[in-house]
Design a protein around this ligand. Structure first.
Ligand SMILES: [Zn+2]
Length: 223
């Protein structure tokens, strides 16, 4: 049985806004501790590194209760940010606990990463069974390869619309089986992001739709 209804054509794997387009399956990001209430559409909650503060342990308990009760498809966004947010050591503790939660409930984690690439790899090596999805990813081909070695996947957003050669190389280096697309906080439509990636990969949009929907099904069933 397919996870997606036949009417679904597009997957927006990580977004901060709701869409009413019936052809789009989206997972909306929710921040802990704000708005932790069930919604009539899929939501992934996480403790974002920007909001790791003195209350982080209480907030993580709230997240755990939510995950236990509502069994979301993903946990996050969570992760590490060296340039912004809470104390970096506390960020790492909060991130690790969310990985453990994801491991317990066998769901992937959606990861925000800024200047903390090596630490993300460190945690992936420590928790190899948990599926990491690096969201809003931008990085070198070499970094893509290192992620692939550790079975990390990628979700690409509006940056694919820029015409930088290094970005084209990065997109070309990601195997289609490891790729998701997202709008995140941008106002660009998910359809434009699919069109840009399809053009760069020289493939039909429908093939990219089929592939990303299949990828997501696999990611949520085999962590
Ligand atoms: Zn986001």
């Amino acid at each position: 049985m397919n996870f997606f209804e036949d009417s679904i054509l597009w997957l927006d794997a990580h977004t901060h806004r709701r869409t009413h387009d019936k052809e789009v399956f989206f997972i909306r990001n929710g921040y802990i501790p704000k708005h932790v209430t069930p919604k009539p559409y899929p939501v992934s909650y996480g403790l974002h590194p920007w909001f790791v503060d003195a209350e982080w342990k209480t907030n993580l308990e709230m997240l755990e209760t939510y995950v236990e009760t509502h069994r979301p498809l993903l946990i996050g966004e969570c992760g590490l940010d060296r340039l912004r947010g809470g104390d970096f050591k506390q960020q790492q503790e909060a991130f690790e606990q969310q990985i453990q939660l994801a491991q317990k409930f066998q769901v992937p984690v959606v990861i925000h990463q800024v200047r903390a690439f090596e630490e993300i790899l460190h945690f992936k090596k420590k928790y190899p069974a948990t599926h990491f999805i690096l969201h809003g990813f931008r990085g070198s081909v070499e970094k893509v390869k290192r992620c692939l070695d550790h079975h990390i996947s990628f979700s690409l957003g509006a940056s694919v619309l820029s015409h930088s050669p290094s970005l084209h190389d990065m997109i070309a280096a990601i195997p289609l089986s490891r790729l998701l697309l997202e709008t995140d906080t941008s106002s660009v439509s998910i359809q434009e992001i699919y069109a840009a990636v399809a053009e760069q990969r020289k493939m039909k949009i429908v093939e990219l739709q089929t592939q990303t929907l299949r990828n997501f099904e696999q990611f949520i069933s085999h962590v």
